[in-house]
Design a protein around this ligand. Structure first.
Ligand code: ATP
Length: 522
């Protein structure tokens, strides 16, 4: 097993062992691509939501929130194009009976070509040392030039076939490239077919087309159909945005990689309504603003990158992804889409209601254009924990080297902000003092009282879930009202007055500390 997949396996089992994420319905052997969040998971998830919500609504006076229902009138999905076009190309291998997304098989083929080039780059780097110039190497090495051209040709053809919905051509491309089933090695494929990703259900007990409901595949449409309600009741003027966090459902053909691709997941979406013609300017604004939000968490800039879309969705005139380097490579974390007036116009046409904005500045009405930012909450969760989980060598109580597993979560996102630990469990005066401290601090932030096991083990337990501070109550605390406060990252222990603890912890865990980084990458 590669080192990468080994570390990913460790992450998945860590998430289970420490109450972050469990497989859904595990007692019945689980339900594929559906997961439950445990006690630490739900806290972290809520904190991520809060970081996003604060960044959108509190930090922008022209963005307001809503919480629309999961069920919507079936015509919503007709107008949005989801009934007709929310498809993925599906193909089965005849020998293994495994099902794949045709585009992902072709992308996987290209990733293998790229892996060869990366190997050549690594070799050359080793050979030339500090003088090595990767850019120059990539543009002059004939083998890499040929490979890059081949990849571009394949992906270009694939995108054309996807755009034209030409399933026969996609199958022909798979055959031409002699792509084999990763499981069985067989090259015998069925025809490629379109597969609609929406889950459907029935409203009440009425039969017929009108009663067929869909579980929403995105939260955005709840915002579009509420555009007029929100604009009028919040007295917003264009440009303004509507933010929403909520569940979305997609019957993904291949759902792997833990919570990266789920069938039930949560999205954090914001639709920003603008004057037609200003979309380029707002696209650039949100592209930068969203990257700043990610960087606000202290994520290493080399783990984040932009990826421009070659294959635009039917509603978009520009789109970029923010990709994160997950343990299995760079993948989409968030999408920023210039959605034009596609959605509002489509709802206007199908509903017969006028969905327009009267702009007092030009004394005229128009259908606003929309800039969307859309991020998967669960994918963000995975990005955060995979970035945070580390194995470190640190000195133990006797000064010897020992290994610790630590979640270096950004402090404001940590499930528990401060652990309160009486030095000994069976000394009533210590435990009651510790309880006193706990009762005081829990008014400020999420705390955990823990008296079980030796203090070193308790520290390790808190490190494993990312608690930024541990406060230990010992015999001196009874005399002088001071405690030891231990910092998760530096391991430094300071003696401070009990009255100072709340301020020290608050300073680090307050959400505002995440809003200070403003640099960008290109
Ligand atoms: P992908 O290409 O990975 O299928 P997408 O382009 O279909 O994603 P969007 O429709 O743009 O995704 O959805 C916005 C965001 O929602 C994505 O950037 C991702 O973070 C999240 N998301 C989409 N599908 C899933 C899923 N099945 N599970 C978890 N998160 C998802």
């Amino acid at each position: 097993m590669s080192q990468q997949s080994e570390s990913f396996k460790k992450l998945v089992s860590h998430c289970k062992e420490y109450g972050f994420i469990y497989q859904s319905s595990e007692v019945y052997d689980g339900l594929a691509a559906v997961y439950d969040y445990g006690p630490n998971g739900v806290e972290l998830k809520n904190n991520i939501k809060s970081y996003w919500w604060t960044a959108m609504t509190q930090m922008h006076e022209n963005i307001v929130g809503i919480d629309s229902a999961i069920f919507m009138h079936p015509k919503v999905w007709k107008a949005s194009g989801h009934v007709d076009a929310f498809n993925d190309p599906m193909v089965d291998n005849k020998q293994s009976n495994k099902r794949y997304r045709a585009d992902q098989l072709i992308e996987g083929y290209c990733e293998k070509i790229e892996a060869k080039s990366k190997k050549d780059v690594a070799k050359a780097k080793k050979k030339f040392g500090d003088d090595f110039d990767e850019e120059q190497f990539r543009t002059t090495n004939q083998r890499i030039i040929d490979r890059t051209a081949k990849q571009a040709d394949i992906l270009g053809r694939m995108n054309n076939h996807l755009r034209d919905q030409d399933m026969e051509a996609l199958k022909a491309l798979i055959e031409e490239l002699e792509i084999a089933d990763p499981e069985s090695g067989s090259k015998e494929w069925t025809d490629v077919r379109q597969f609609n990703l929406m889950f459907s259900t029935q409203l009440g007990n009425i039969a017929g087309g009108e009663s067929k409901l869909y579980l929403r595949p995105e939260t955005a449409q709840g915002i579009f159909v509420n555009f007029l309600n929100v604009q009028k009741t919040s007295r917003q003027k264009i440009p303004f945005g509507i933010a929403q966090i909520g569940k979305a459902f997609r019957n993904e053909i291949v759902a792997r990689q833990f919570i990266f691709r789920m069938r039930e997941f949560e999205q954090m979406e914001m639709q920003f309504f603008i004057k037609p013609g200003t979309q380029k300017e707002w696209f650039d604004y949100w592209k930068k603003a969203r990257l700043d939000w990610h960087k606000g968490l202290g994520t290493d800039a080399s783990k984040l990158r932009y990826h421009d879309h070659d294959n635009l969705a039917h509603y978009a005139d520009a789109a970029v992804d923010i990709e994160f380097e997950f343990p299995f490579g760079f993948r989409e974390l968030e999408g920023i889409h210039s959605r034009t007036d596609f959605d509002l116009k489509a709802h206007q046409e199908l509903s017969g209601r006028k969905i327009q904005y009267f702009d007092p500045e030009i004394n005229d009405s128009y259908v606003p254009y929309v800039l969307e930012t859309s991020i998967g909450l669960d994918r963000m969760f995975l990005a955060i924990v995979s970035n945070a989980l580390q194995e470190e060598t640190v000195p133990d109580a006797e000064g010897k080297n020992s290994t610790r597993i630590v979640m270096k979560l950004p402090a404001p996102l940590a499930p528990v902000k401060c652990a309160i630990l009486p030095l000994l469990k069976n000394k009533e005066e210590l435990t009651s003092k510790a309880r006193e401290v706990f009762d005081k601090l829990k008014l400020h932030f999420n705390c955990q009282y823990d008296e079980k096991d030796a203090i070193g083990r308790r520290y390790r337990r808190q490190d494993a879930v990312g608690t930024p501070y541990c406060v230990t109550i010992d015999f001196d605390s009874l005399e002088d009202n001071t405690v030891t406060i231990r910092d998760r990252d530096t391991l430094k222990q300071d003696r401070v007055s009990i009255d100072e603890v709340a301020a020290i912890v608050n300073d680090k865990v307050a959400m505002k500390s995440l809003f200070s980084i403003k640099e960008t990458i290109s």
